[in-house]
Structure formats: structure tokens, C-alpha cells
Design a protein. Sequence first.
Length: 111
Amino acid sequence: MNVTINNIGDVTVTLISGELDGSTAPVAQQEVLAVAREAALIVLDLTAVPYMSSAGLRMLLSTYRQVTNTGGKIVLVGVADEIKDTMEVTGFLKFFTLTDTVDQAVTALKG
């Protein structure tokens, strides 16, 4: 698992590559939250995440809560269909905006 962080204006784009499981999800969350300042606008690009365990889902929800509790927003990009199905069944989709591209996510955050 690898995390790459870039900025597009005031939006932080975090690209996560690799599987998000019990051993990698805490590391990914730590890196994402390190850039989550008050009222942060964060894009989590998951296009390179082929698998996400329940630990990865918990990481997403925990990150969502921490970001939104400080007035921030978070958008997910490129969620694989299998992961999206799991998120739908578990009710996680009601928390997140999902887009296909980073540009769409940036537009959603600014809107």
C-alpha cells in the first residue's frame, strides 16, 4: 500500500494504491489525517485500490467523521464496483459522495 498526497488549490488529493486491510488501513488513515486541517477539502482517490477489507471500510468511516467534525468535506474517487457494492450493503454510501475522476471530485467539493 502506498499513499501519495498532492494539492489542487485548497483541495488535498490523496491517492491510495494497493489493498486496504487490517495491516495497511491504519497507516493510510494516519497519512490522510495528517493533512486534515480544520475545514479541509479532501479527495480520496481509490482507483488503485483493488481490495478493501472491513478494516478499510472502518478507516473510511473514521476518516469521514474526523474530517466532517471539523467542518471539512471528503469525496471518494474511483471506488471499485465490488467495494461500492459492499459500501451500499453496509450503508456506508449514505456518508460519501463518489465520483469517477479527481476533477469531478474537486468540483463536488467546491459546489
